[in-house]
Design a protein around this ligand. Sequence first.
Ligand SMILES: [Zn+2]
Length: 148
Amino acid sequence: MKLSNSIESAVKSIKKCHTCGGLSENEICEICLDEQRDNTKLCIIENAKDIFVLEENNLFNGRYFVLENLEKDSVESLKKRVSKDVKEMIFALTPSLSNDAVILFIEDNLKDLDIKFTKIAQGVPTGVHLENVDMLSLAKAMDSRVSI
Ligand SMILES: [Zn+2]
C-alpha cells in the first residue's frame, strides 16, 4: 500500500520540462538548469526516455530537445529553443526513412540559422555478424566507412 502510494505520487509529480520536453519533477528540469552544460550543442531525440539513455552513459554534455511527435508547434517551440549559442544540432534519432524525412524537414525550417546539422553515425552494431545486419544499414555502414 505504502509502495503503491509512493509510486502514485511519483508518477503524479512528473511533468514535462517546459524547455526541453524531458521528464521532470519541476517546471524546468535539472539538465536545463545545469549551467555546466555546453550550450552550443543541442541534441534532438525522439522520446523523453532517450535522455536517460544518453545521460546514464555520460555520452553527451549539451542540451536536449524532445521531438515527441513532430507537430507544427514543435517546430515552432524548437525554433524558440534554439538560442544564439547553439552551433550544432545533433539528431540522435532511430535510423529510418521517416526520421530522415523529419531531419530534412527541421533542417529546412531552420536553414536561416547559422547551425551545423549532424546526426549520429549509423553502422554495424557491436557483436552483430554482417549476415544479420539489414541491407540498408550495411549499405550506410559501407558508405560512411572511416580510415583507420
Ligand atoms: Zn529540460
